[in-house]
Design a protein around this ligand. Sequence first.
Ligand code: KIV
Ligand code: ZN
Length: 511
Amino acid sequence: MKRIKIFDTTLRDGEQSPGCSMNLQEKLEVAQCLERLRVDVIEAGFAIASPGDFESVQSVARTIKDCTVASLARATKKDIDTAWEAVKEAADPRIHLFLATSPLHMEYKLKMTPEEVLERTAEMTAYAKRYTSNVEFSAEDATRSDPEFLAKIVRAAIRAGATVVNLPDTVGYTTPAEMQALIAYVLEQVEEAHEIELSVHCHNDLGMAVANSLAGVLGGATQIECTINGIGERAGNTSMEEAVMAIRTRADVYDAATNIDTTQIYRASKTVYDIIGQSAPLNKPIVGKNAFLHESGIHQHGVLANKKTYEILTPESVGVRVNSIVLGKHSGKHAVESQLRQMGYDLTPEELVRCFEEFKVLCDKKKVITDADLEALVSHNTRATESEDGYKLDWFAVHTSNFTTATATISLKRGDERFEEVCLGDGPIDAACLAIDKIIQPEPHSFEILNIKSISEGKDTLGDVNIRLSAHGRSFSGHGLSTDIMEASILAYLEAANRLMAYTKRHKEEE
Ligand code: KIV
Ligand code: ZN
């Protein structure tokens, strides 16, 4: 069986798409999920894009020990220098440079002739190679390039030192048969291509990213570039969970295996959805809520007789727990700890104490605590630590009706001080945010996202609110968790505003 490397670009191609931006702490959380999944490569960002991107690539490079960490770079010396500066402290750093090779991109975007592109490919790959032996070259828009020219590019990149050559379907245009043929053609034309990793990177504009990536594997590709939940530019990238589970479930067809710990898939998917404030569509393969449900009588009958009648992969294989014990107010710390362990969470004693305290508070509001509730408490706790010395909610009161203007009174505390303000607003959330702004006076910002979702079922469900503010060209997010949706919204806004304040303060000190 051949081994397919998984190159994850959630933090670069995924994160750069609208609505998917993440702050530093969130990127590190995703990187840790990827390490637990055992992906081969984490593309941590595009270091030259902004100082914030540089900082996050560098932080991921310093934190991750068990995966290669890559930064993207255009084929210029400055980009490559910056990419190297950002990844050089990684346990296994990679520079990933790219240059477009299709007639359209060369003429209109690069304004370069094919000969110049060929020369730049060799020159810049060799330049990156001076820094590290681990260099990847991507021929952007490869699937709309002239195959003969593409073969020349691949040869030039390998001769200049590339150890991975990637052939992206940048605009999601190709078909499975074409992708398989293209990879096979390159392997046939370029002898050296057998000695390196040949990679595919597909976009989902026509809904074929996963199929095209898998076809690439059939053609001889040994690396798939993908993202968690398929997030990415426009219609997204190849979804890692779908590609990995297809290879595993149909090993007979692909004659291949990945190194992914598939039991970590559900957790990673949920973390990414929570961070970007979205949920999996119900029918999303592998991670959607309905992916393992059998509603029709005929299917239920079959599954009861033998699971394999309608089930080609098990929920357990992707980390979805079925028939788990529900906890309640009589459950002790050990029961909570053991449940968390089975869910794959290994908390420090301090984290466990904090989580158990919140668990007890929740038990007073909700009869049964499900895995989803526990998961929400844990991830909320992990993310909340950053704003510990900011303002905290003391109490709030809101009044709203369909015939008066909403009013919110907010009391915040910081250390021993207490602050109180009242505001009218266009609805209770607006009134509460205005009252908070009056107290803490954050920098001018725009309100990007307000997402409210229920964690489990029932009217007493926990509500998870995600608010994202934008200022200084960055986004600052906050999560709030409560059975009271107003309280969750206030907590989320406060966390985002605290983060914005902390950033502004740090920035002023640096100046
Ligand atoms: O889609 C694409 O072509 C890319 C490259 C930069 C690898 O993301
Ligand atoms: Zn891409």
